[in-house]
Ligand binder design. Structure first.
Ligand SMILES: Cc1cc2nc3c(=O)[nH]c(=O)nc-3n(C[C@H](O)[C@H](O)[C@H](O)COP(=O)(O)OP(=O)(O)OC[C@H]3O[C@@H](n4cnc5c(N)ncnc54)[C@H](O)[C@@H]3O)c2cc1C
Length: 439
């Protein structure tokens, strides 16, 4: 039976599929598949745009290895170490944490991914003082080729190679995260001219440095942008939380990216390409100011019902204004039919071996295209600009780079390769994509 990802950019016909109900069963399935000479891939939510999760061997779903195992409070900080089954989806995890007065330090745009898939591909949110989801990991249990369960933590090379490793060191069965006390976000959405938004980004008084979480959306060619600034605050009292939750529909969520009207805009753009500049102008003019407060995970994560394709590169933060301007200039000059906005986010430098933010202050620039429209020419042009700026592609989003291109961008690339070879000399945990990008 054919498996396909969310974006319909990757399919495969696995020789076998399994949904183990426990870590012991998972270990048995892995060992048996490896002994039979089959390759093994775990799949989470299938939300990678790349063929990261595809296989012709054994495809494993960890949907049933997703329970909450342990919560260890850390009195000195108020934080907690939380161990969960690696297949847990982020929306399940967020609810588990909220019920215990806890929350993830940062999250991406959606909550449909599994924690294992999200960390394995370097999923991130935005916040110049914060890292991606893999930086929140404090321990892992990794199932090796012979079914051995390796319980590893910081400093162990297997941990370092596995907390963001595209599943190439083994199947993750459990993840321990350091989480923080639950918090609300005050979300401020503001429409501004793109030039003004770009002007306000930099420097110690710039909006990136002074915001807990800052994000920018703009519609190609319109010169208009929407800035999103989230400030972390104490949770509102219970009654207010309920009210806030009702009001917690951001403009972006309710009126732009996920709603039926935006689907219609994209269908119109698909049928009548000449209309796109006017449609973009209408979408951009519709951007409106809004402020609301809600529990963090409800603000971070929106619904994305309009299907799209995406490429995202991590670029050195100081290059972001030039990169955005160059992409917008290319769109103006080419007249390419693009009814989707461009998204810009930020992250702190981190020490995760294969993190796209490894060792440098990072801006993420993401280009999207409606799934029924061609994306190749647009993404190729954007990728040329990103690569020239020293960009590293998101491991789970569309790109054309290979291991030869990527190795020089990651100081620990060879260390990760060494760990993979040591733990999986036959390449059981590889697929065509991982061989291409990791060697
Ligand atoms: C609508 C949408 C919005 C998105 N928003 C963001 C965003 O805001 N920020 C961002 O950074 N990314 C974002 N992404 C990308 C997405 O977060 C990543 O691609 C992520 O990997 C998806 O998680 P998943 O569970 O679907 O993983 P999958 O795509 O199923 O798998 C990804 C990789 O993880 C491996 N894997 C999965 N489970 C295991 C396991 N148990 N052990 C070992 N390896 C495993 C797979 O083999 C594969 O290599 C978005 C994607 C979509 C479609």
């Amino acid at each position: 039976m054919i498996w396909s990802n969310w974006a319909r950019t990757a399919t495969c016909s696995p020789a076998g599929r399994a949904r183990p109900r426990s870590e012991a069963e998972l270990a048995e399935v892995v060992a048996r598949a490896a002994a039979d000479g089959r390759s093994v891939r775990a799949v989470g939510g299938g939300h990678s745009f790349t063929p990261a999760a595809t296989t012709s061997g054994m495809l494993l779903s960890l949907d049933h290895v997703s329970g909450l195992e342990r919560v260890e409070r850390l009195p000195e900080t108020g934080n907690a170490l939380v161990t969960v089954g690696a297949g847990v989806r982020l929306h399940q995890l967020n609810r588990m944490l909220a019920a215990r007065g806890l929350a993830m330090r940062n999250l991406g745009d959606i909550d449909r991914q599994s924690i294992a898939g999200a960390i394995s591909t370097g999923t991130h949110g935005t916040g110049a003082r914060l890292g991606g989801l893999a930086t929140q990991v404090r321990g892992l249990r990794v199932i090796g080729v012979d079914g051995t369960v390796h319980d590893v933590g910081p400093g162990d090379p297997l941990f370092e190679a596995s907390r963001l490793g595209l599943g190439t060191t083994g199947v993750l069965s459990a993840v321990t995260l350091e989480v923080v006390p639950a918090y609300d976000l005050v979300a401020e959405e503001r429409p501004v001219p793109l030039a003004e938004a770009l002007e306000s980004l930099d420097g110690p008084d710039g909006v990136v440095a002074t915001s807990d979480h800052f994000e920018l959306y703009f519609f190609p060619v319109t010169g208009r942008a929407l800035t999103l600034r989230n400030t972390r605050v104490e949770p509102a009292p219970a009654g207010r939380v309920a009210r806030a939750r009702r009001a917690a529909r951001s403009f972006l969520d309710e009126e732009l990216l996920s709603n039926g009207a935006f689907e219609m805009v994209n269908r119109l753009a698909t049928a009548f390409g000449g209309l796109t500049p006017r449609l973009n102008a209408v979408s951009a003019r519709g951007l409106s100011a809004r402020t609301y407060q809600a529990p963090s995970y409800q603000v971070f994560c929106t619904r994305r019902r309009v299907r799209f394709r995406e490429m995202e590169y991590a670029i050195p933060r100081e290059r972001v204004r030039d990169v955005i301007t160059e992409v917008d200039d290319w769109l103006r000059a080419s007249g390419e039919n693009v009814p989707f906005p461009i998204e810009v986010r930020f992250a702190a430098p981190d020490d995760v071996w294969l993190s796209t933010a490894h060792g440098r202050e990072t801006a993420y620039v993401a280009v999207h295209q409606y799934w029924r429209l061609p994306y190749t020419r647009y993404f190729e042009a954007a990728e040329r600009i990103f690569v020239t700026a020293g960009g590293r592609p998101h491991w789970g989003k569309l790109h054309t780079r290979d291991a030869g291109d990527l190795a020089p961008l990651y100081p620990r690339f060879d260390d990760a390769a060494r760990v993979r070879l040591e733990h999986d000399p036959e390449g059981v945990f590889h697929n065509r994509y991982t061989r291409k990008v990791l060697g």
